[in-house]
Design a protein around this ligand. Structure first.
Ligand SMILES: Cc1ncc(COP(=O)(O)O)c(C=O)c1O
Length: 453
């Protein structure tokens, strides 16, 4: 029989996958490989440290049978710890911030963990901060173990013992650059140390979100004030013990827009379905690769799976809300679906047989100055308040006439899949465009609706 004695046997030995189309699109001569940590059983690089910190604590007696593991996590370490805890019979409590995706929260609950959500706005060192919260719970709970992934030596050690050798062996020692984000710093410090020991010329590159402190800290020793960013799991507002700046040769800052765009492209173009921090790593890898010739061989970490972010950056609606969506993905359907969230979705309209006075009242009631005239979900004309009022000044009796007698021609009609450029072109000529799906008018886009895109 061929089987693993438990799920933990699946951790590690993740493959390298060559990136093809995206590198040729960017005219890259070097080879770029994705280290597929998303293929671990908890779908992230953090499975490696979950079991490694637990086994270290069992060995030194900090974790005893029936114990509870308490940790501050952006989700993935929690998942790694919870898998190992399930197999080994421990309980888990995790403190997370409200920035963590709902997918990761539900995942943690599904694998048996209790979770405490803390405000992401809480400053480091204050009682509400997620790290302080985890520490407090651990200090109050008997027979508990607080791994503290930010300083636990078993975190970088797991990567020194496994991730580093795997990359070295799978590239036959030909790797020239290793690119990783820095959250706790475990991945980059452990893997980097191993690779540098094998060949000190290998460049260790940190990919860091704009807003995080690591680049300035590495380059000047000064800790700048951190500013918010959206990518999860990497970057910090303060230095952390496991992030060994001496191992890192260079840190490259990446914007949220680049991170998400590259993570989405990796998924769409290469089929590497990944999280946002993988996009950060790939964006940095491409920047490095631009200056290399054919002898360059870059490995970047695919930190986790895209499944954790289906309601976040893998959703066009979320990307549009954050003003991050690529222009070519903004369609008429997406604009109508996401505008005025919470407002009724049906198109406010009048019928050709409606009375003009009632139509004007409807417009006032809904605070609109133009309205489509629809019959059987098809557009037959439009009313513009100012033009109707001008006609009424000439002939007051029109107030009791039918809409069809005073209406103007229909607003232009576009399909739900129409592009942002097509919409813009129509809105230069008309104050509104109607959106059609399966020959029915389903939405309206006005000039103000596209102002914030
Ligand atoms: C999604 C994601 N990417 C990257 C990292 C960074 O890894 P490390 O903590 O080893 O620096 C983390 C860590 O929490 C993470 O959750």
């Amino acid at each position: 029989m061929k089987f693993y004695s438990d799920i933990l046997g699946l951790i590690g030995n993740t493959p390298l996958v060559k990136i093809n189309q995206l590198t040729s699109q960017h005219k890259i001569k070097a080879q770029v490989f994705a280290k597929m940590e998303s293929l671990n059983p908890g779908y992230s690089v953090k499975d490696r440290i979950g079991i490694s910190m637990i086994e270290a604590a069992e060995k030194d007696g900090t974790l005893k049978p029936g114990g509870t593991i308490i940790e501050a996590t952006s989700g993935n370490t929690g998942i790694g710890l919870a898998l190992a805890a399930a197999v080994k019979g421990y309980k888990c409590i995790f403190a997370l911030t409200d920035k963590v995706s709902v997918e990761k929260l539900r995942y943690l609950k599904s694998v048996g963990a209790d979770i405490v959500v803390c405000p992401s706005a809480a400053n480091h060192g204050t009682p509400d901060h997620y790290v302080e919260t985890a520490k407090r719970i651990a200090s109050e709970m008997p027979n508990s173990f607080y791994p503290n992934q930010y300083s636990h030596p078993a975190n970088p050690l797991a990567h020194y013992r496994t991730t580093g050798p795997e990359i070295w062996n799978d590239t036959d020692g030909r790797i020239t650059h290793f690119v990783s984000g820095i959250g706790t710093g475990g991945t980059i410090s452990g893997t980097g140390r191993y690779l540098k020991e094998k060949n000190p010329n290998i460049q260790i590159i940190g990919a860091d979100p704009y807003g995080s402190i690591f680049k300035t800290y590495k380059e000047s020793g000064h800790v700048p004030e951190a500013t918010p960013y959206l990518v999860e799991g990497i970057g910090q507002s303060h230095p952390v013990g496991n992030a060994n700046m001496k191992i890192i040769d260079e840190i490259i800052n990446i914007t949220d827009r680049e991170s998400f765009e590259f993570a989405r492209q990796l998924s769409r173009v290469e089929g590497v379905f990944c999280g946002g921090s993988t996009g950060t790593n790939f964006a940095a890898a491409l920047k490095v690769a631009k200056n290399l010739d054919e002898s360059g061989l870059i490995v970047f970490i695919v930190c986790d799976t895209g499944e954790h972010y289906l309601t976040k950056f893998h959703s066009d609606e979320w990307m549009k809300e954050k003003l991050l969506l690529e222009p070519q993905k903004i369609t008429a359907g997406l604009i109508t679906e996401t505008k005025n969230s919470g407002a009724p979705k049906e198109v406010i309209s009048v019928a050709p047989d409606d009375i003009v006075g009632d139509a004007l009242a409807r417009m006032t009631e809904n605070s609109v100055t133009q309205i489509p005239v629809l019959e059987d979900y098809r557009s037959v004309g439009s009313l513009k308040e100012s033009r109707v009022l001008t006609k009424l000044l000439e002939n007051r009796d029109l107030l009791n006439a039918k809409v069809s007698e005073v209406m103007d021609k229909s607003f232009p009609v576009l399909d739900v899949d129409a592009s942002f450029n097509e919409i813009k072109a129509q809105l230069q000529k008309s104050p509104a465009v109607l959106i059609e799906d399966f020959k029915r008018i389903t939405g309206i886009i006005t000039r103000t609706d596209i102002l914030d895109l």
